[in-house]
Each structure stands twice: as structure tokens, then as C-alpha cells.
Ligand binder design. Structure first.
Ligand SMILES: Nc1nc2c(c(=O)[nH]1)N[C@H]1C(S)=C(S)[C@@H](COP(=O)(O)O)O[C@H]1N2
Ligand SMILES: [Mo]
Length: 367
């Protein structure tokens, strides 16, 4: 399905557009029923920003690599563009995607299904820069800082304005597909997606892929900043004691794109159920669909091959029931490690990690 058209400036635009969850700063989601190609067009890719989009000049923009390194580096945007590049496809999902499905309602942006997308990212592997800077032996994390600043909305608020900063473990930072990216789907990043430079951390929830990247700092202690502890954290269990940990890998998840919630379908007619499934640190190997609210399950077919960190679209050719009524559709993925999606939301994740099968209710009724 290609619904793109050319606008007056000759740039491909998607006529469908995004749904506003918050106007300022920009928080917009894709209408997930518009899922089409394997690659999500940039115009349809969700935008999740905590602070207003900074205006950065690529001529003066610099990226510094410092902290516990042998040689500090200061690179211009042009320096980075001149280095050998790498391209990879990765699905980014906001950790709060699907929050609107939580009962009782959870605070935060009321994302439906569209705070997820799959794009092709081009840039320089972070590992190349870290190798040329020379990491000290005892470095455990790499801290990524963006140019955007402000006061967060969620309590407890820090005493003054802060920037957006997240860390990733050293071993993750050294993976060859973790990029300092400057292109999305073969075009320069748009301002909302992090122009001129952003991190792409495939397999982690979107919060790790820091936009408007300015500083990379190697640390010998786990980073304890606001976005690592207060926000984007969860309660883990350490021998009976709840301990706070930062969110990291995306959980295995699948979503139904079509039919839509409360769509009316004609009885005894072919209807293709269509969606996508993804995972953080495993491959999605099976997709199961329920047409009766989870009582029984049938297997669907994948439209895309396995490609680590990229979603797989899937479909199931359904014949709608002859019996009119309300039907609840569910999708549940299985991973290569034999794990599957949980029955319900784990409250230890608070308003994040909504990875259980999300009910899509449809009506079968004669025209
Ligand atoms: N500098 C900066 N980077 C950021 C954010 C932000 O607010 N500031 N939001 C993060 C979150 S929560 C997500 S889900 C992704 C979203 O990336 P996108 O807006 O390109 O879809 O960016 C991440 N990187
Ligand atoms: Mo996010």
C-alpha cells in the first residue's frame, strides 16, 4: 500500500498525518491503522519530545566524546558525515505506547497504538568513536546527552531545568548497530526526529535513542540522572526487595493495525487481520491471533523475514462469523527464546511497558 503523493515542493508527503497527543512540546502518534510498508515513512513516524525542539545549526554543531577516555574528541557534523557510514533498520517503540489501554487510566501522554515505527537509520557506529577515544578499563556506561532543555512534567521534578540525558551499558554501546545517526529512510533527519545528530539504540525502548545529541560521556559509575531513575524506571525484585532499575530492552509485543477498534464488519466475509510484531533482544518467530477474546488461538503468517531489531508485519485471513455480534480480536507473539507476551500489564512497570495483547473489539453486523 503506497498512499504517498508529491506536494508542491516535490517532497513526498503522507496525506494521512499524525494524531496530536500534546501540542507543545510536539508529541504526535501515527494512526496505526495506516500501517502499510515494512518501513514507516518519516512523515508517519511518531514524535515523542519532552522539551521544545531545539534549532541546531549543522555548521556549528559539535559532538563531544569525553569522560573516562584516553583522548577527548570534538567532532563537527561535517566530520561525522565524512566518516564511513553504516545503515540498519530498527523499530523504535516509546515505552508508554498503548498507555490508553491501561485500566485504571495511568498518567502521561495517552498513546494509542501509534508510538512505534520502523525506519532505516544511517550514521556512524558509536563504537567507532568510543574506540578512537579509548575507553578506560573500568567504564561501565555511556551517557548520551541532547541539546534540549526544560523542566519535566512528571513528579518528582528536579530543582531546575535539565537536559535530556540517558545512559546505556558499555556492552550495548559497543554493538555495531548502535549509531550516531544523521539520516532516516535515506534523508537527513527532520528537526523533530533529532536533526542534525541522534543516537539510535536498536532493541531498546525509544527513550535510549537520544535526539539532538551533543555529548557522549564514558562513566565508571552507573548514571543516576532524572531520565534514568525518576522517569523511565521500573521496580525490579532483588531477593524480595523492590529495587529501581532503568528501562532498557523492548519487550516482545504485537499489535493489530486492521481492522480498527469498533469497526463494523459484514458477516461471513473475508477479512484480513493485519499487524506487526517486534522484540528487543530476541527474534519474533510466531504470531497467534484470537478471534474470541483469548479463548482460542490460531496462527498467522509473517509478511517479513526475521531481521533482528526490526518489526515483522503479519496477517491472518479471517472469515468473519455468520453470527452477528461483538468480537474481541487479540494478537500474541512468541519469540525465539520461547517467551510469549504476558496476559496482563505488570504493575511494576508503572505507566510503561504495555506489552500484553491489546483487545481490538469489532462488530459483525449485516449492512
Ligand atoms: N533529546 C531527546 N531525545 C529523546 C527524547 C527527548 O525528549 N529528548 N525522547 C525520547 C523518547 S521517550 C522516545 S520514545 C524517542 C522518540 O523518537 P522520535 O521522536 O524520533 O520518534 O526519542 C527519545 N529521545
Ligand atoms: Mo518514549
Amino acid at each position: 500500500m503506497d498512499t504517498r503523493t508529491e506536494n508542491w515542493s516535490g517532497t513526498a508527503v503522507h496525506p494521512v498525518g499524525l494524531i496530536i497527543r500534546q501540542k507543545d512540546p510536539n508529541n504526535l502518534e501515527m494512526p496505526f491503522d495506516q500501517l502499510g510498508d515494512f518501513i514507516t515513512p518519516a512523515e508517519l513516524f511518531y514524535i515523542r519530545s519532552h522539551f521544545p525542539t531545539p534549532e541546531l545549526d549543522p555548521v556549528t554543531h559539535r559532538l563531544s566524546i569525553g569522560g573516562a577516555v584516553q583522548r577527548e574528541l570534538g567532532l563537527s557534523y561535517a566530520d561525522i558525515r565524512a566518516m564511513p557510514s553504516r545503515t540498519c533498520v530498527a523499530t523504535l517503540e516509546c515505552a508508554g505506547n498503548g498507555r490508553v489501554f491501561l485500566v485504571p487510566p495511568a498518567p502521561g501522554a495517552q498513546w494509542e497504538l501509534g508510538a512505534v515505527g520502523n525506519a532505516e537509520w544511517t550514521g556512524v557506529p558509536l563504537s567507532v568513536l568510543l574506540e578512537s577515544a579509548g575507553l578506560a578499563d573500568d567504564v561501565c556506561e555511556i551517557v548520551l546527552e541532547g541539546a534540549d532543555r526544560g523542566i519535566p512534567k512528571e513528579e518528582p521534578k528536579p530543582p531546575g531545568p535539565i537536559s535530556y540525558v540517558r545512559s546505556i551499558p558499555r556492552t550495548k554501546a559497543m554493538e555495531s548497530n548502535v549509531l550516531i545517526a544523521y539520516q532516516m529512510n535515506g534523508r537527513d533527519l527532520t528537526p523533530d526526529h533529532g536533526y542534525p545528530l541522534r543516537a539510535i539504540v536498536p532493541g531498546h525502548y525509544g527513550m535510549a535513542s537520544v535526539k539532538w545529541l551533543t555529548n557522549v560521556v564514558a562513566t565508571t559509575q552507573p548514571f543516576q540522572g532524572y531520565w534514568q531513575t525518576s522517569d523511565y524506571g521500573y521496580w525490579d525484585d532483588s531477593e524480595g526487595t523492590p529495587v529501581r532499575r532503568p528501562l532498557a530492552e523492548m519487550k516482545l509485543k504485537s499489535q493489530i493495525a486492521r481492522p480498527r477498534v469498533y469497526e463494523r464488519l459484514e458477516p461471513d466475509r473475508p477479512c484480513t487481520i493485519f499487524g506487526a510484531a517486534w522484540a528487543g533482544d530476541t527474534d519474533v518467530t510466531e504470531i497467534w491471533i484470537s478471534l474470541d477474546g483469548g479463548v482460542s488461538w490460531v496462527q498467522g503468517n509473517f509478511l517479513d523475514p526475521i531481521c533482528r531489531h526490526a518489526w515483522r508485519r503479519w496477517k491472518y485471513d479471517w472469515i468473519t462469523p455468520a453470527q452477528p455480534g461483538r468480537y474481541t480480536l487479540l494478537a500474541r507473539a512468541t519469540g525465539a527464546d520461547q517467551c510469549t507476551q504476558p496476559d496482563g500489564h505488570n504493575p511494576n512497570f508503572g505507566s510503561y511497558v504495555i506489552d500484553h495483547p491489546l483487545p481490538i473489539e469489532v462488530f459483525v453486523a449485516a449492512p
